[in-house]
Design a protein around this ligand. Structure first.
Ligand SMILES: [Zn+2]
Length: 156
């Protein structure tokens, strides 16, 4: 069973972390572990997270952001052309594993790769960022509410 991060939704490849966020224990990836306090002991009541609304924070690359569903756009445009991931990779002179990771939303491609994808797919994957929206400070930890919406249900 592959484990997904309960905050950002990406598949946890390496170590998974149990953290407490607003009283709930979540299993998260390394990137998201700082959004909560690492869980030490098992809580007496287990919160079952049934549905997760994935709100991946948009990666910020220089003065633009990738559009929120850029990985879906890449896949859709590739499939519309009848290309395999290998074919698309060849056209932008990258490895197929990179395409696979991009389409799964596992990684944020570099600007150079984004530009090549835009060129061969004929779509825009970026949007301009208002300077005021760019948060440079790392000291402010976003609350869970900013990142993800979790609906809790009792196990019946
Ligand atoms: Zn995560």
């Amino acid at each position: 069973m592959s484990m997904e991060c309960e905050i950002c939704g990406s598949r946890i490849v390496g170590r998974k972390y149990k953290i407490i966020v607003e009283g709930s224990e979540l299993t998260v990836c390394e990137r998201c572990k700082e959004l909560g306090v690492e869980a030490k002991a098992k809580p007496t009541t287990k919160v079952v997270v049934k549905k997760r609304v994935v709100r991946t924070p948009k990666p910020i690359v220089e003065d633009y952001e990738l559009v929120e569903n850029f990985h879906e756009i890449v896949r859709r445009e590739r499939e519309r052309r009848g290309w395999t991931q290998e074919e698309l990779a060849k056209r932008i002179q990258e490895k197929a594993t990179l395409i696979r990771k991009i389409e799964k939303g596992d990684i944020t491609p570099e600007k150079e790769v984004v530009e090549k994808l835009e060129r061969v797919l004929g779509v825009s994957l970026r949007e301009k960022v208002e300077e005021v929206k760019v948060q440079k400070s790392k000291s402010t930890v976003p609350t869970l509410g900013d990142v993800v919406v979790i609906r809790r249900k009792k196990r019946s």
